[in-house]
Design a protein around this ligand. Structure first.
Ligand SMILES: NC(=O)c1ccc[n+]([C@@H]2O[C@H](COP(=O)([O-])OP(=O)(O)OC[C@H]3O[C@@H](n4cnc5c(N)ncnc54)[C@H](O)[C@@H]3O)[C@@H](O)[C@H]2O)c1
Length: 448
């Protein structure tokens, strides 16, 4: 009596997920454009001034059972997620501006909206940051911690976390700070012991983002990486994540151009259309754009953005269609646009008998408007993972790839970039942890 559309893959009875009662403390590293847009937006939603558009956890539904059952509850009614009213924010930044001042500086939200939220936003003051200009060349931090070595700095972040824990019931940390320079994994990232020794020795391979992540994971706090930095994508921190039941995910919020890429490329591949070139360029003028104007930070971003097409097209399986694909990405810092990025894609494709065609995409987006709901969803889902016995100790939460440009996976696994496969994976994971039938879309039973 297998219900084939549901795959007959009923999973083990729902593992006991702890309820989302009490306050969820959100520690945000970097209170810049994305973070302040997220916090201001959540407060606006809480006060009935806005709708949480773009947030799957708040607006999305999930089908349960057969298509004929008509049972599609809201995701937040199906899985126990923290309520927006229970979120409490704190964070770190290298500038002392409070969230209102920082949001005003970012110029993502209009002044009228910000002024309505001002009394609340002003209460969130950044803690002094762990910062080293070696890792973000274009910024000069003034609100930074001092310590005798990286171990001392990690201990200071741990003390911040412990103090915050006293005021809330659970804590999640998210990196929404600037993109660091490109760092490759080295010996110091090989094991927890090597990493801890590296903290003592001020090893150059340990960037500030890794100091925050180490502190979070040491405290059993889940950690999401919204930037393309290496951060938790190392053996040492994955091990620490598993050891302390602190789920992790990364890297790099999938917001604008890569979001479109991971929709269009699977469509072209599904139709077996060839692609000879994909040229992507962007102009943006926010602080993120300024940081990415530095070649070493750009390299980190470029690596993150480049990966998706190769994995989606699988040129090794389809040499006739994709082996000669020329993929180029440019990001140009152009101050007049602020956060209102403009992205152009020119895609040279070919069809039947090799005849060429072109697709042009011109996406006038708002970076932080797209990123804010992603950051919110990652926070809520990581907190869910932490409360879910079958997820909390597995380390990387690959089911959250949906939100990320360069998804982290277990060693030896290639990342899944296709947005619709990612979406199916996410929803099936939710069905799985709740003991509901998985949905495979086979659906033969309707024709018995
Ligand atoms: N907006 C998007 O669409 C998007 C998409 C993908 C990734 N990202 C990434 O998210 C991050 C944030 O983007 P944004 O637009 O908010 O940038 P932003 O420059 O407005 O904000 C980053 C903040 O981090 C602070 N900061 C830098 N180093 C820090 C440190 N070591 N500790 C604490 N704070 C630190 C900066 O002072 C700044 O306030 C960037 O890395 C960006 O690449 C953004």
């Amino acid at each position: 009596m297998s219900t084939e559309e549901q795959g007959g893959q009923k999973t083990a009875a729902a593992t006991k997920i702890a309820p989302a009662t009490g306050k969820l403390g959100v520690m945000v590293v970097g209170l810049g454009a994305v973070a302040t847009t997220m916090i201001a937006g959540i407060e606006a939603v809480r006060r009935g001034l806005a709708k949480p558009i773009g947030s799957l956890t708040q607006m999305g539904t999930i089908r349960l059972g057969k298509r004929t059952d008509g049972n599609s509850p809201l995701i937040k009614d199906f899985v126990p997620l923290a309520d927006l009213n229970d979120l409490v924010f704190t964070g770190w930044d290298i500038f002392a501006d409070n969230v209102y001042e920082s949001a005003a500086h970012a110029k993502v939200l209009d002044k009228e909206t910000l002024d309505q939220l001002k009394p609340y936003l002003e209460t969130i003051q950044p803690l002094p940051a762990v910062f080293d200009q070696y890792y973000v060349k274009r910024l000069h931090g003034t609100h930074v911690k001092k310590g005798k070595n990286k171990r001392d700095l990690a201990n200071q972040v741990i003390a911040d976390i412990q103090a915050f824990k006293k005021t809330v019931d659970r804590v999640v940390m998210i990196w929404a700070a600037s993109t660091e320079i490109f760092i490759e994994p080295s010996a110091v990232h090989e094991s927890i012991e090597a990493f801890e020794k590296g903290l003592e020795n001020d090893d150059i391979g340990i960037a500030p983002s890794q100091i925050y992540a180490y502190a979070a994971l040491s405290e059993g706090v889940p950690f999401a990486n919204g930037a393309p930095n290496l951060t938790v994508d190392t053996r040492a921190l994955i091990e620490l994540s598993k050891r302390n039941a602190a789920p992790i995910c990364g890297k790099d919020f999938k917001t604008g151009q890569t979001f479109m890429k991971t929709v269009l490329a699977p469509a072209l591949k599904a139709r077996m259309l060839g692609v000879s070139g994909w040229f992507s360029t962007n102009i943006l003028g926010n602080r993120d754009g300024e940081v990415l104007d530095d070649p070493q930070s750009f390299k980190t971003k470029e690596e993150s953005k480049l990966g998706s097409l190769d994995y989606i097209f699988q040129p090794e399986l389809y040499p006739d269609l994709y082996q000669d694909l020329y993929h180029k990405i440019r990001i140009n810092y152009y101050p007049p646009r602020g956060d209102d990025k403009e992205a152009w894609d020119n895609i040279d494709i070919f069809g039947w008998m090799g005849y060429p065609m072109q697709i042009k995409v011109n996406f006038l987006c708002r970076d932080s408007i797209l990123a804010a709901p992603i950051a919110l969803d990652l926070v809520l889902f990581l907190d869910l993972a932490k409360r879910t016995p079958s997820l909390r100790s597995i380390g990387i939460q690959e089911w959250l790839s949906f939100y990320l440009k360069s998804p982290q996976t277990a060693a030896g696994l290639y990342p899944e970039h296709d947005l619709f496969i990612q979406s199916m994976k996410l929803k099936n994971t939710l069905r799985h942890i709740m003991g509901a039938d998985l949905i495979t879309h086979l659906g033969l039973e309707y024709y018995d």
